[in-house]
Design a protein around this ligand. Sequence first.
Ligand SMILES: [Zn+2]
Length: 118
Amino acid sequence: MLEKQLHGSGGYITAEINEEQAKKADLGVGKLFLAPIGKLEKQNMKTYFCKNCEKGFNNSPNIHLEESNREEVADNFILVERGQYTCEQCNGIIGEYRVFEKKDESGEIGEAKFSNNS
Ligand SMILES: [Zn+2]
């Protein structure tokens, strides 16, 4: 596991992630982002910084589930859940997450092409 700073719109979260997640989070601009990773478990998030409060916290942010109706966003590719990491003090959004799933694990993803680095 790697301990990394992951940036969102309202601050950043320091979390333990694996190499595969680090690759997803790296959009090639010199820092890592929360949104492409998927959902982080609370126990893997160590600290966070809230831009609104202008301070850091020595615990994980809250996880706010926004929606969990399964929505097909491309052929064989389903948005399962989306939500936000929120500040426990001001409830501001630190960053967002999305969880995707392939409807048929053996099938190909249609429109949206995602590289598989495994
Ligand atoms: Zn805050």
